[in-house]
Design a binder for this molecule. Structure first.
Ligand code: NG6
Ligand code: CA
Length: 507
């Protein structure tokens, strides 16, 4: 545990093992009727203020807003981490990411992060008779450490519960820059095999560092290895030319796959995890969206994603599925402007506020790192409304289990099925927040951030990380912006939170 504790508080550790766990009661399993289809629409780096329905910023996102206006809009919905892989791990397993020491931002060659024996949302739903699929960004590792990309790549999504998978392996800025369907690289020419390395370049292959003349997008930090489509990436890749994706087509491509999946004739309900790649870097809007936001590519790809969501919902509607489909919409972590490429995100942001009123951003322990748009929508079933109840993405597992009639529950998650369906109810009392392997603790309206070494601001991305040599304590009920550190003023509260936090982290 990476915590620095003052001497007088260390004794608490032992004492706290006695504390009873303090979550709200699980709601009794609902009477099982016909199970709805379930779709999780998951954005990549969309901030709390990037959606117009969250009353912040200047971007207009009418299709995302329709979900918020016709569904349950959570104002205190949290991703489980301020970066992608840990958040996605937690989303699918219902388990805190800090319980898995490997749950960090993964390279494109990382082995599968979810154990094939671990319980996951798709496995749980399969046991309830669902057909299951993932379309979009994976970034949870593939294979067992030695992947040959020219053969079936396994284990992967299909080994942790998804009947069907159509994914990009890691991120848009990481190699391999190819799509995989059920473990097979798509469009691969056997005469042009793919090789991938995160250690060293392949002889004679150009890189962003050495061949700036080949770039259509310039790198700011990192991102100076192999060049694909004029964009320098993280990691080295050789071959597989015909299989390489076209960045500008990626949104349409995933949308087509998602639409095709829900359109399939089937008797059983389906679960689709539709993981869009926007607005993560490199931001490559289709020409239809170029210049549309006035904010450069970051704004444009958010509009593109909004359009995709509109088209996807239209498809559900046309297929007569919308009224029998529960949609959960959220983002894997908070916003960042400059995440490693010169794409004018900072220069053109204008009055837009990607984090809304919140402090920090992606990578940060402050609120904007993990507090993200979070919506549950079920036309005609979930009563529309806005709630301040605190919920986390680790609660989606237990909530979907309750909704689908499964007895399966995870230790870290809570069942908020009633809240998801728009009934009144309490949210979480407490939640451990995570950002780049550091943790903090929210209890009621209070947030405790223990001391951490490291820079206060990550200069590359220009984000306040939440690091300080002292304890930080904020009261979000009066100070959502986390400007007043009350740790010295309120030692009682500090002690109370710290005791509980240590107990949970010490489990
Ligand atoms: C960082 C990358 C960043 C992004 C992030 C993962 C550099 C310098 N930065 O290491 O660009 O790819 O990893 O983002 O390489 S996430 O949303 O998938 O977690
Ligand atoms: Ca992300």
């Amino acid at each position: 545990m990476n915590l620095k504790l003052p001497g007088q508080l260390t004794y608490i550790f032992g004492m706290l093992l006695l504390l009873a766990s303090c979550g709200p009661k699980e709601i009794k399993e609902e009477e099982k009727t016909e199970n709805p289809n379930i779709v999780i629409i998951y954005m990549d780096d969309l901030g709390y203020g990037d959606m117009s329905a969250y009353d912040a910023g200047t971007l207009e996102t009418p299709n995302m807003d329709k979900l918020a206006e016709g569904g349950v809009k959570f104002t205190a919905g949290y991703a489980s981490s301020a970066t992608c892989s840990p958040s996605r791990y937690a989303l699918l397993t219902g388990t805190y990411p800090w319980r898995n020491k490997d749950a960090k931002i993964l390279p494109g060659t990382a082995p599968l992060l979810i154990g094939t024996d671990e319980m996951t949302i798709p496995k749980m739903l399969k046991s309830q008779g669902y057909a299951t699929a993932v379309v979009g960004k994976w970034h949870l590792g593939l294979g067992d450490g030695t992947v040959n990309w020219n053969e079936k790549v396994s284990p992967g999504p299909n080994e942790v519960g998804f009947d069907y998978s159509y994914i990009m392996a890691a991120t848009q800025d990481r190699v391999p820059t190819v799509y995989l369907e059920d473990g097979m690289v798509q469009g691969l020419d056997p005469n042009d095999p793919i090789e991938v390395s995160y250690d060293k370049n392949f002889e004679g292959e150009p890189t962003g560092k050495d061949n700036p003349e080949m770039l259509k997008m310039k790198w700011h930090h990192g991102h100076n290895n192999s060049i694909v489509n004029g964009i320098p990436r993280i990691g080295f890749m050789k071959g597989g030319k015909k299989a390489q994706w076209v960045d500008e087509d990626m949104a349409d491509h995933f949308l087509e796959k998602a639409k095709a999946y829900v359109k399939k004739d089937r008797d059983e309900p389906f679960f689709l995890y539709y993981a869009l790649q926007q607005p993560h870097v490199p931001r490559t809007p289709h020409p239809r969206f170029e210049g549309k936001s006035g904010m450069g590519p970051r704004g444009d790809v958010i509009l593109e994603a909004d359009w995709c969501i509109g088209e996807f919902i239209k498809t559900l509607e046309e297929e007569g599925l919308l009224e029998n489909t529960l949609i959960i919409f959220s983002s894997d972590n908070g916003p960042v402007l400059n995440d490693g490429y010169y794409d004018d995100a900072e220069e053109l942001v204008g009055d837009h506020t990607p984090a809304g009123p919140l402090r920090g951003g992606k990578y940060s322990l402050f609120e904007a790192g993990t507090r993200v748009p979070f919506i549950s929508y079920w036309k005609g079933k979930a009563l529309p409304g806005t709630t301040d109840a605190m919920v986390s993405q680790i609660d989606i597992f237990n909530s979907l289990a309750a909704i689908s009639g499964s007895q399966e529950r995870t230790k870290d998650g809570k069942d908020f099925s009633q809240l998801f369906l728009g009934s009144d109810g309490e949210g979480r009392d407490a939640l451990v927040l995570e950002a780049t392997t550091r943790t903090a603790y929210r209890k009621g309206d209070w947030v405790l951030i223990p001391p951490y070494k490291g820079p206060a601001v990550n200069k590359f991305v220009n984000i306040e990380m939440g690091n300080d040599s002292d304890f930080q304590l904020y009261d979000l009920s009066t100070d959502l912006e986390q400007q007043n550190n009350l740790a010295e003023e309120n030692p009682e509260k500090l002690k109370e939170l710290l005791e509980e936090f240590i107990a949970i982290r010490g489990e």
